[in-house]
Write a protein that binds this ligand. Structure first.
Ligand code: SF4
Length: 315
């Protein structure tokens, strides 16, 4: 029963959760198998930079079984998912680590096609950079999209030039939009990643990033708190006290306002963050995911608001 005033919810949620989307799109709960195919990134291998984004700890592959071949990784993930959720559990093959379109197209074709017929796989999700989408790669993605449910995830993080330079993303927002619209024109489902709490960003700047995301209208977004991870350039900046980290209530307030701006149809695939707790330096509060999720629900209810309440369809 829908206890929420929000239309894309059948529980107390006031935003469009991934669980809700999967339930009505796939007909059941869907899980994710995280994969590491050993791709690099132009921001790591020296093509654009060798330092990577300042928060990157080697490609966000914490959950993967990197080091194993793809078939073994899928088998291990299938066993993990089915053991926990029943033998009929289905999952999305998520190419997560580094930039998963950063390879010659024939190599990509072989890799992507190898998961299509793997038992229990009901979709593919590919995490990459918007500047790693050549026309021939987009053609391959279009082909793949005709065979299976496909999502391409793009790490935008922020729209602000000062932040993009500071985090060493190594491509402009204009280039981001060019890559994004190649996918949109070809009707490929997209998921934009946003990081809140990046150094020197104000509350207003984070809302502007949400406004621009609403204008771009991807099918999904991942909203995430900045994590300071051991061994990163960001960690060195943090140790030198060069920037301030958001408090939990500040983060919750920003999320609530961003949700109000985003269209109600946009699926919120993440609203806090996951990661290797043993490497997390700050914010420690983010490790208590349940408290953050509960805080967001509580604040939305207190303010009697929900996702899309302030969405301007003209943006
Ligand atoms: S684009 Fe992604 S993988 Fe590449 S350096 Fe940045 S965060 Fe790491």
């Amino acid at each position: 029963m829908n206890k929420s005033p929000f239309e894309f919810s059948d529980d107390n949620k006031r935003y469009h959760t991934l669980n809700y989307y999967n339930k009505y799109h796939f007909g059941s709960k869907i899980y994710k198998a995280v994969l590491d195919c050993g791709f690099s990134c132009p921001n790591i291998d020296g093509t654009k930079s060798s330092g990577g984004c300042i928060f990157c700890d080697g490609g966000s592959g914490y959950f993967t079984h990197g080091g194993y071949d793809l078939s073994s990784q899928l088998t291990r993930e299938k066993e993990r998912i089915c053991k926990k959720n029943g033998e009929n559990a289905r999952f999305i093959a998520y190419f997560q680590a580094n930039s998963n379109t950063y390879a010659p197209v024939e190599i990509l074709r072989k890799i992507y096609y190898s998961v299509l017929d793997f038992p229990h796989v009901c979709g593919i999700s590919i995490g990459t950079r918007a500047d790693c989408l050549s026309d021939e790669i987009v053609e391959l993605l279009v082909e793949l999209n005709s065979k299976i449910d496909l999502t391409v995830e793009l790490g935008m993080q922020s729209i602000h030039k000062s932040t993009i330079n500071l985090i060493n993303r190594c491509y402009t927002h204009k280039e981001f939009c060019e890559g994004f619209f190649k996918l949109k024109r070809n009707k490929i489902r997209t998921c934009i990643h946003i990081i809140n709490g990046l150094p020197f960003e104000t509350h207003k700047m984070m809302l502007q990033t949400a406004e621009e995301t609403a204008r771009l209208a991807p099918e999904a977004v991942k909203l995430q708190m900045l994590h300071v991870i051991k061994g990163t350039i960001l960690a060195e900046m943090y140790e030198r006290n060069e920037f301030k980290i958001l408090e939990r209530n500040e983060y919750i307030d920003i999320i609530v306002e961003q949700l109000e701006i985003l269209p109600p149809e946009t699926v919120i695939e993440r609203i806090t963050g996951d990661g290797d707790k043993s490497k997390l330096i700050a914010p420690i509060w983010s490790a208590n995911k349940i408290a953050v999720l509960g805080g967001i629900d509580k604040r939305l209810a207190e303010l009697e608001t929900w996702q899309g309440k302030k969405h301007n369809k003209k943006t």
